[in-house]
Design a binder for this molecule. Sequence first.
Ligand code: NAI
Length: 256
Amino acid sequence: MSSTTASGSLAGRVALVTGAASGIGRAAALAYAAAGASVMVADVDVAGGDETVALIGEDGGQAAFLRTDVSQERDVAALVAETLARFGRLDCAFNNAGIEGRKTAYLDFPLDEFDRIFAINTRGVWICMQHEIPAMLRSGGGAIVNNASIAGLRGAADLPAYSASKHAVVGMTRSVAKNQARNNIRVNAVCPGIIDTPMMDRIVAEVFTREAATVMQPIGRMGAPAEVAAAVVWLSSDAASLVTGIAMPVDGGATG
Ligand code: NAI
């Protein structure tokens, strides 16, 4: 373990990240490890998950991977059980796994696609919280961060089901935060803007151009996954001890 790791804001803590094989989830897993946490990496993408674990190892951090589909309750139960078996506790969780879904004209939007988006983006976050909270209570509390989106704060015209699924994540975050406040479990959401990830590459290819995406953020550029990860680590740390139930835009001013 490097000296940075030993003295980080999450030294000795255990963090779990879903969707950690790519993009924002991978950046958050690396940032948690750099802050001193041991990290449980979860994703349906086995090769990408293994790569995230290897990257954390190269930096001198501790991590393990379990293939997990967040829409399957038995996978999530196994993930939390494996985290406790390997690392002994659960302090921080970043419920990040999500899909953008197919771009389809509003009136033709297929119900099965609506259900698939909600099964992962919304129900997946709910299942994760239900299994993470009892594990956190065993060690006296914890911090959960759910990944919503600026599409969870404003309507995204071309992604109606995605936008609805992310509004629901914000709603669950606010509700569970109030429910768990006396249990020393803080629950917050991040609402990233336009972040340069494989998902954004797919959205840009289907919905708008890269230039249009950049103009949507007053800062004049896309965000980097590490810039969202920094907010996630801060919300997970004791520095945010009075912060719960918020939906924090990380969007270069887009919703300001
Ligand atoms: P990404 O596509 O690069 O990564 C998403 C990861 O989630 C992938 O590794 C994928 O395999 C995994 N995943 C998908 N379905 C899963 C399932 N059922 N169970 C477990 N893992 C699953 O996407 P990105 O951009 O890193 O997105 C991460 C989160 O951030 C998503 O929830 C997305 O909606 C949200 N977000 C992204 C923004 C962006 O600009 N890239 C903006 C706002 C929110």
